[in-house]
Design a binder for this molecule. Structure first.
Ligand SMILES: NC(=O)c1ccc[n+]([C@@H]2O[C@H](COP(=O)([O-])OP(=O)(O)OC[C@H]3O[C@@H](n4cnc5c(N)ncnc54)[C@H](OP(=O)(O)O)[C@@H]3O)[C@@H](O)[C@H]2O)c1
Length: 399
């Protein structure tokens, strides 16, 4: 028989309580009320996706005494900026409040007047900003002006999560080449399909809607040829209102892409990246059907990722969302050719017949992922990461 141990006599009790207290204190320390409101501003910013290009996505909130007085996001290129909308909604009540904004307020006259003037006129006493704006017309001037006028500025809140909002835009403005974002969905046991050859919807509709936002935020959506052959995915943005999907790109060393694919119906730009010697007649047929065939170097009988990325950059593509499958995902992680990573987990198990997320082992240090955020989207968990190297490169100049 087991005997219940008396709590009073349990010698470990004090230690456990102290540990629990310490870990709760650490958690509270790490995630502040400011972080919470910046996270809401970032959520708002995503709503503008697909309509603000070449401008960045920006969200803003005006908060006083824990109450949200105004919200806004940049909705369309050339239209009002997020902080102006939020401040106008807050009106007179903005005096003495805190403005949370995901990007430094602008200081130049563009399609709209300088936001920094609007912020000063509103009377807010504090501004919490995720990152500076790398645009050479702003780039720290917004923060300087606010501070010069006695407004308290807190810079760098949720900076990693804010980077993921605008990674493509920031890297383009800074001349840092291609942005690669990886996105995968898996079950709790790390499976990406229930068995080889099966097409499964792993997450629910809300998570898929967010994926459609991710698609709209990139210049191209890349998949491996097996995913095309197994899933025939649509890779579109149908869950968003009137947002055109970017071109579909496939890594297909041996040109197995089917001529009968519905992607070749004339409504979609399709780019097939293949090896130097793959079927010349098939390439001709595919090009006649409307596909763009791009030949790249190979490495170990597969398209070399670096060369594929350079070829796409040369053709004006600055950002790629890589949507799997597992072989492609592991290749990008292993090669360190990524900037952002979104991982969705659905509370299901596919068991031993399921297809694994990765075809190889890559150690934590080599992956080099820095945690950016974690959230629940209608029952699915979304974790996001920034590549440590990209983080250093960008935040050195944006904080
Ligand atoms: N849950 C999810 O998020 C998700 C997303 C997508 C797919 N899936 C599932 O994943 C499965 C397919 O994935 P998979 O891992 O078998 O294949 P995959 O990653 O879709 O495609 C891999 C193939 O792409 C080609 N490729 C060319 N260059 C490459 C490179 N540098 N690195 C890697 N691949 C390269 C190779 O074929 P060649 O040598 O012929 O070129 C390789 O075999 C399906 O079951 C699908 O349902 C799940």
């Amino acid at each position: 028989m087991f005997e219940a141990r008396s709590k009073r006599s349990d010698p470990t009790r004090g230690v456990v309580e102290r540990e629990a207290f310490d870990s709760a204190a650490t958690f509270v320390d790490q995630y502040t009320v400011d972080d919470y409101f910046v996270d809401r501003a970032i959520d708002l910013a995503w709503l503008g996706v697909g309509r603000t290009h070449p401008n960045p996505l920006v969200g803003a909130l005006v908060v006083k005494d824990g109450r949200i007085l105004g919200v806004g996001y940049h909705q369309r290129y050339g239209e009002e900026h997020a902080e102006t909308i939020a401040l106008d909604r807050a009106g007179e009540a903005a005096k003495g409040a805190t403005l949370y904004v995901t990007l430094e307020p602008c200081t130049h006259q563009g399609n709209t007047p300088p936001c920094v003037d609007h912020v000063l006129q509103s009377g807010v006493s504090r501004v919490v900003i995720s990152t500076l704006d790398p645009d050479h017309r702003v780039n720290g001037r917004g923060v300087q002006i606010l501070r010069k006028h006695g407004v308290e500025v807190d810079l760098g809140r949720r900076a990693e999560r804010a980077l993921l909002l605008n990674m493509g835009c920031f890297k383009r403005v800074m001349g840092l080449g291609m942005t690669v974002t990886l996105k995968m969905a898996a079950t709790l046991d790390g499976r990406i399909a229930s068995r080889a050859g099966s097409r499964d919807d792993i997450t629910g509709e809300e998570a898929r809607r967010f994926v459609h936002r991710l698609r709209a935020a990139h210049d191209g959506i890349l998949v491996g040829i097996n995913t095309v052959l197994v899933d025939s995915p649509r890779l579109d943005c149908r869950l968003l209102d009137s947002v055109e999907p970017p071109p579909a790109v496939v890594l297909d060393t041996h040109l197995k892409f089917p001529l009968a694919s519905s992607w070749l119906d004339g409504n979609r730009t399709v780019v097939l990246i293949t090896g130097p010697d793959a079927g010349h007649q098939k390439a001709k047929d595919l090009e006649e059907a409307g596909a763009h065939v791009v030949r790249c170097r190979t490495e170990g009988d597969r398209v070399e990722l670096g060369d594929a990325i350079r070829s796409l950059l040369d053709r004006g593509m600055n950002s790629l969302l890589v949507e799997g499958g597992g072989e492609l995902f592991s290749s990008f992680v292993d090669a360190g050719e990524w900037d952002g990573l979104f991982m969705f987990f659905s509370p299901a198990l596919f068991g031993p017949d399921g297809v694994g997320l990765s075809d190889r082992r890559v150690d934590r240090a080599r992956v080099g992922a820095v945690h950016a955020g974690i959230s629940m989207i209608s029952g699915d968990m979304m974790m996001s990461f920034v590549n440590g190297k990209t983080r250093r490169l960008l935040l050195d100049r944006l904080l």
